[in-house]
Every structure is written in structure tokens, then in C-alpha cells.
Design a protein around this ligand. Structure first.
Ligand SMILES: Cc1cc2nc3c(=O)[nH]c(=O)nc-3n(C[C@H](O)[C@H](O)[C@H](O)COP(=O)(O)OP(=O)(O)OC[C@H]3O[C@@H](n4cnc5c(N)ncnc54)[C@H](O)[C@@H]3O)c2cc1C
Length: 370
């Protein structure tokens, strides 16, 4: 099948152009296929392709993709990383070609709450409705960011596309709060998705509060999706705390036929257990904190250490999402003591004890479109 290609270009004047070129290529090679030669690089991402040319005093960027959303993601990825590596003064990036600035983000949808109900004592399921959700239902569509409007604002202002490919966010009284959640269920044809929100402790918890207070008719924005696919393997280990239950449930429902594995889920207590689509060949173990604070135990770490990985099994994959310190310890253990290669594991910090979302470093979370 032939797809029309969309393209956009930007000539960027930047000090330390060579440093930026190298840093960009090195970083992108962690989650994309990068080929480079003589100051030219081609970066093949899951959703499009970018070319970077090192020139006298700057870089020439070219982005190509098959649709407007994918093109926007390629432009966004290049712009964010280039601005990060360029440091101050920030270079000015101005894209020309396909994809307009000033309008709605192609990866944004305005949604409305259909229903909101407690599925366990500390988990609220919010059903949202909106149109044009196909992209959110595709294989890689696992996570979204909720754009939570200021309290009492019924008709919020939403971000628009900036000339540099990044969103321009409403400011002042219109400031939105961003929180990352997983699409627990999606019905593209019916225009609906479920988000399961953990109601947790904390002084200011906008995501948790929004979930708890959502009522039918409330308006909310979403951007995304991100998250990536689960690689094909014969044996899987999936583990996480309650924030990872929606992602684990999604993964379990689409693993290859015949796959086997272990699932470890840490929850506050037995009342938080819920039905999961566990394929035969999988064993699920609930790890109960029973009074200990979330993010303060080593329950997942200990369970993974005790787990028997299949003998001589190269084709295995370990997926973990948990609190930052727990995720860091597990990542280190899997790499150093179990000797897992990059393609055999993915460990994400879904939240960080004592910090609000957004106060984390950019690499803490499960990066979109890895
Ligand atoms: C890719 C991804 C997918 C995610 N999917 C889900 C999901 O489907 N459902 C879900 O509930 N969460 C999910 N999370 C986690 C969620 O984004 C965070 O828990 C987020 O911090 C909640 O925002 P908040 O406004 O409630 O709290 P924040 O304002 O971010 O934090 C306020 C305080 O609460 C603490 N805190 C945050 N989360 C927790 C927690 N779970 N338990 C105890 N204390 C906490 C913080 O340390 C801080 O002290 C996901 C995160 C990522 C990165």
C-alpha cells in the first residue's frame, strides 16, 4: 500500500551545532534506529523518520511521516531534544511545510465524563467519551496525559501547536494540570475509554482528586497516546504496584498465544484485588502492603529476586512499573545480576514518593513512543 508522505523542515541556527548533533543522535539511538555518516543522520522512529544535517553554524531538520499526528510527534521529539541539548541561549525553531501552527494539537482530544465509579476501595474507574479515538486504540496506544482544567472552569482553554512543534500551553488562570494515566479499556467505535485512577494519600493530588470528584458531563482534555508495544517473547514477567494494574491488564490481554509467565502486583490490602485477564500459563501473585505506606516497601523487588526465570530462556521479557526508588533498584538488579539486555526488559517509574508528577526528571517515566 502506498501512503502519501507529509514533510516539514526547519533550519536552526545553533551554537555548539556539532555537540547538539552528536548528543541528539546518541540519545535518539536509545529508542530509535539511527544511522549517521559525515554529519548526516537518519532517525527512524516508530511513527516517522527524521533527518538531521550538520551545517555551518546550525542544523537542518527534516521530518517525514504518513499522517498529521505522526508528523507532529516527529517534530515534537526533535524540537524538545534539540532545545534540551542546545542549552541557553535557546535556538529558535520554526518548521515550514506540512502541519500548521496555531491550531489544535493533532494528538489532543476533548473528552467528557460519562460515568465514574469505585471499583475497589482505592480505585476509581472514569469512563470518558470523545470522537476520533482510532489512534488511541492502536497497538501502541497505552498511555495518555489528562489535561485537568482549573477547578470550576466549564469551558477550558486547550493548548495549541507552536511554530517550533511544541504545544503552547494556556497560562495564568487557564493553566492546566497534566497527569499521566493508562487507557484501561477502549472502544473506538463507541467513542469511549476507561481510566482507572488510584486514590492515594498526599496533600495536593490533582489527578487523584479529579478522579474522585469526576461527574458525568465534566470536560477533560487528553493528549497521546504513548507507551509502545510489548515485544514478542515466550516467557514474561510483569510486575508493578496499583498504578500499573491498568497497564498490566492491557498487556495481559494481548500477549502472544502460548506465552507463559509470572505477574506480581503490589496493592494496599486484599480489598484492592481485582479480576484480570490472566492467560493460562500465567501465575498472578498479589503482594499486600497491609499497613505499610505505598512506595515504602521492597515487596516487588523481593518477589522478582525470588522468581525462577526459565532456565536458558533467551526469549523472555520483563516489564515493571512502580515507584521511582523501587523501579531504579529493580532495573539495576535485572541488568547487573540477571544480565538482561536492553531488549529484554522495560522498567518505568510511574510516580515518585514525595514529589508531584512533573517534578521528576524527564527520563523517570515511561517515555511516550519508545
Ligand atoms: C506511563 C504512566 C502511566 C500511569 N498510569 C496510571 C494509571 O493508569 N492509574 C494510576 O492511578 N496512576 C497511573 N500512573 C501514575 C500517576 O501518573 C501518578 O501516581 C501521579 O503522580 C498521580 O497524580 P496526582 O495528582 O494524584 O499526585 P501528584 O500531584 O503527582 O503527587 C502528589 C503526592 O502524591 C504522591 N503520589 C503520587 N502517586 C502516588 C501513589 N500511586 N501512591 C501514593 N502516593 C502517590 C506523590 O509522591 C506526591 O507526594 C501512571 C504513570 C505513568 C508515568
Amino acid at each position: 500500500m502506498h501512503f502519501a508522505q507529509l514533510r516539514a523542515e526547519a533550519d536552526v541556527t545553533v551554537a555548539k551545532a556539532e555537540h547538539c548533533f552528536t548528543a541528539l543522535c546518541d540519545h535518539m539511538s536509545e529508542h530509535a534506529e539511527v544511522t549517521r555518516k559525515d554529519g548526516k543522520a537518519k532517525i527512524r522512529m516508530p511513527y516517522g523518520t527524521a533527518w538531521i544535517d550538520l551545517r555551518e553554524g546550525g542544523l537542518k531538520l527534516l521530518a517525514r511521516a504518513e499522517d498529521e499526528t505522526s508528523l507532529a510527534f516527529v517534530k515534537l521529539g526533535l524540537a524538545e531534544h534539540l532545545l534540551h541539548f542546545a542549552g541557553d541561549p535557546k535556538p529558535s525553531i520554526r518548521w515550514t511545510g506540512d502541519g500548521k501552527s496555531g491550531g489544535a494539537l493533532p494528538y489532543f482530544r476533548e473528552m467528557r465524563v460519562v460515568s465514574s465509579r469505585r471499583i475497589t476501595p482505592r480505585m476509581q474507574r472514569v469512563t470518558l467519551t470523545g470522537s476520533d479515538l482510532q489512534r488511541f486504540g492502536e497497538q501502541g496506544g497505552l498511555h495518555i496525559r489528562l489535561l485537568i482544567p482549573p477547578k470550576g472552569v466549564a469551558a477550558p482553554k486547550w493548548p495549541v501547536m507552536g511554530e517550533d512543534g511544541r504545544p503552547v500551553w494556556p497560562q495564568g488562570d487557564d493553566t492546566l494540570t497534566l497527569r499521566t494515566y493508562t487507557i484501561r479499556r477502549i472502544d473506538v467505535a463507541g467513542g469511549e475509554m476507561d481510566i482507572d485512577i488510584v486514590l492515594h494519600e498526599g496533600a495536593a493530588t490533582p489527578g487523584s482528586d479529579w478522579g474522585q470528584n469526576a461527574v458525568p458531563g465534566d470536560v477533560i482534555g487528553i493528549v497521546g497516546p504513548g507507551g509502545g508495544n510489548m515485544p514478542v517473547a515466550d516467557w514474561y514477567l510483569l510486575a508493578g504496584d496499583e498504578t500499573a494494574i491498568p497497564a498490566i491488564a492491557r498487556h495481559l490481554s494481548r500477549l502472544p498465544e502460548g506465552a507463559r509467565g509470572e505477574v506480581f502486583i503490589e496493592i494496599a490490602d486484599a480489598a484492592e484485588k481485582q479480576e484480570l485477564p490472566l492467560p493460562s500459563g500465567f501465575r498472578l501473585t498479589w503482594l499486600l502492603r497491609d499497613g505499610a505506606a505505598a512506595g515504602a516497601t521492597q515487596l516487588i523487588d523481593e518477589a522478582i529476586r525470588k522468581a525462577a526465570f526459565p532456565e536458558g530462556e533467551e526469549n523472555l521479557f520483563v516489564w515493571v512499573a512502580a515507584e521511582y526508588a523501587s523501579a531504579s533498584a529493580i532495573r539495576k538488579y535485572l541488568r547487573t545480576e540477571r544480565g538482561l539486555g536492553r531488549r529484554q526488559h522495560q522498567v518505568a517509574a510511574y510516580w515518585r514518593r514525595g514529589r508531584q508528577e512533573g517534578e521528576n526528571t524527564p527520563d523517570d517515566g515511561d517515555k511516550s513512543h519508545d
